[in-house]
Design a protein around this ligand. Structure first.
Ligand SMILES: NC(=O)c1ccc[n+]([C@@H]2O[C@H](COP(=O)([O-])OP(=O)(O)OC[C@H]3O[C@@H](n4cnc5c(N)ncnc54)[C@H](O)[C@@H]3O)[C@@H](O)[C@H]2O)c1
Length: 401
């Protein structure tokens, strides 16, 4: 292995450029040797933003023919994860896929088999596991403070979720549904906190209640049509949900890039066509009578993940946003609130920690703890929740795993 790790980023959009690109380019033990994106404007804009001079590719096949790499990061839309990971593993590279593993369990299983055959690492970008708050919560479960956990809840409020409706994330065909795209993080956190009990069955309800044409946050004026995107919208000064692209973002998603592939980053979230939900509830039953519920609100009042974890010795209540964990013991013991310090960096310091772990894995100094098998479990739970909401039935996990 070369002294500097040679990595490539496949998919140079938001995560590829602003998260992984920035984090890798700041490290002196890593060289971003190549960038690969189907959009030639965006891939060059990414290099300009990062101030690097990598080789550019528009396909993994071309990159595989030319580059010796220690590892690649896949940050394409979810629907491309399967084919990109397959090509990357076949090229003999170690792979980090930003969550989710795939958009359905069948593709996920195939990737696991392929990774096993290739002998390469296939790691999933479950950055939430690197959250200091959730690591501390897990320590209270692992050291027995809560006793035997039998029930858990996560209420997620995500104001950035509104912008799902502005981009590819709004479509089932691109994501497998938001129960996979977004909730694979959260299903993985439940699995990880609880020590990976076997999930048995899932049910869910989800819908669009607010982000549709009936809820435009301004009065329409005669002859003035809103949209199609925020930068071009005549109501952009009035709209409370406008998402205007900055100068830097216009390099990645401006008219020149759009002319190539038609991908608009900031469509009107109310008028865009969509078939994914803006809010929902899902429940999972695990073996051992353990139950969890997940509440998702992408309408945009606030951002937080609020957990309640019930054990037979104590209950833990957590706010990721406030960085607090409150433990209330059974039978009237002292109630203690812990304030957890978090390091700088995206997602409460979790993104740099994820990147650091991937680098250690590439150097053989660590093994991946967010494995493809964990990715499959989270994807399958999300797929079950999607089937449940669309078919109005409870889904047995044995249908998918
Ligand atoms: N872990 C997290 O916290 C987190 C947060 C946001 C997004 N994500 C994940 O990151 C991934 C990327 O999301 P994003 O918001 O950055 O997307 P994005 O739309 O900003 O960027 C995707 C890029 O992939 C490119 N692309 C599409 N198909 C390609 C292909 N076959 N080969 C190469 N490039 C291709 C597009 O041109 C675009 O530049 C998604 O899988 C998403 O689920 C993870």
């Amino acid at each position: 292995m070369s002294e500097k790790l040679r990595v490539a980023i496949i998919g140079t959009g938001a995560r590829g450029t602003h998260t992984f690109g920035r984090l890798f380019s700041k490290r002196n033990d890593v060289e971003i040797a190549a960038l690969c994106d189907t959009n030639s404007v965006r891939v060059r804009a990414a290099a300009e933003i990062l101030g690097i001079t990598p080789n550019f590719y528009s396909s993994i096949e071309e990159m595989a023919a030319a580059e010796k790499l220690d590892g690649v990061i896949i940050t394409t839309p979810d629907c491309e994860h399967y084919s990109c990971a397959k090509k990357a593993l076949n090229a003999g590279w170690n792979v980090l896929i930003d969550k989710p593993l795939a958009t359905n369990a069948k593709d996920g299983k195939e990737l696991i088999e392929l990774a096993q055959k290739s002998g390469k690492t296939l790691m999933i970008g479950f950055n939430l596991r690197h959250s200091e708050v959730l690591k501390r919560l897990k320590s209270f479960i692992d050291d027995g403070t809560l006793g035997k956990v039998f029930i858990a809840e996560n209420r997620e409020f995500y104001d950035g979720g509104r912008t799902y409706m502005a981009r590819w994330n709004r479509f089932f065909s691109k994501t497998g549904g938001l129960w996979i795209h977004k909730a694979s993080h959260d299903f993985d956190i439940f699995n990880w906190l609880l020590g990976f009990p076997k999930p048995l069955r899932v049910s869910s309800f989800a819908a669009v209640n607010v982000l549709d044409e009936n809820h435009l946050p301004f009065e329409l004026e005669e002859g003035k049509k809103p949209g199609p995107d925020c930068n071009h919208c005549p109501y952009k000064d009035k709209c409370k949900d406008k998402f205007l692209l900055s100068e830097e973002e216009l390099k990645l998603w401006g008219d020149k890039a759009v002319a190539e592939d038609g991908y608009v980053k900031n469509l009107c979230i109310y008028l865009s066509e969509k078939d994914n939900h803006d809010n929902g509830l899902a429940m999972v039953e695990y073996e051992g009578n353990i139950k969890v519920s997940l509440f998702e609100d992408f309408i945009g009042s606030k951002s937080d993940r609020i957990y309640t974890i019930g054990g037979d010795k104590a209950v833990a209540e957590v706010s990721l946003h406030n960085q607090t964990i409150t433990i209330t013991p059974r039978w009237g013991g002292e109630i203690v609130t812990y304030h957890v310090q978090i390091p700088p960096g995206g997602h409460g310091g979790a993104d740099p920690s994820l990147v650091d772990t991937f680098c250690k894995v590439l150097r053989g100094e660590a093994t991946s703890t967010s494995t493809a098998e964990h990715g499959l479990l989270a994807t399958a739970l999300g797929q079950a929740a999607e089937i449940s909401r669309r078919e109005h039935r409870m889904v047995e996990m044995s249908e998918l795993l």
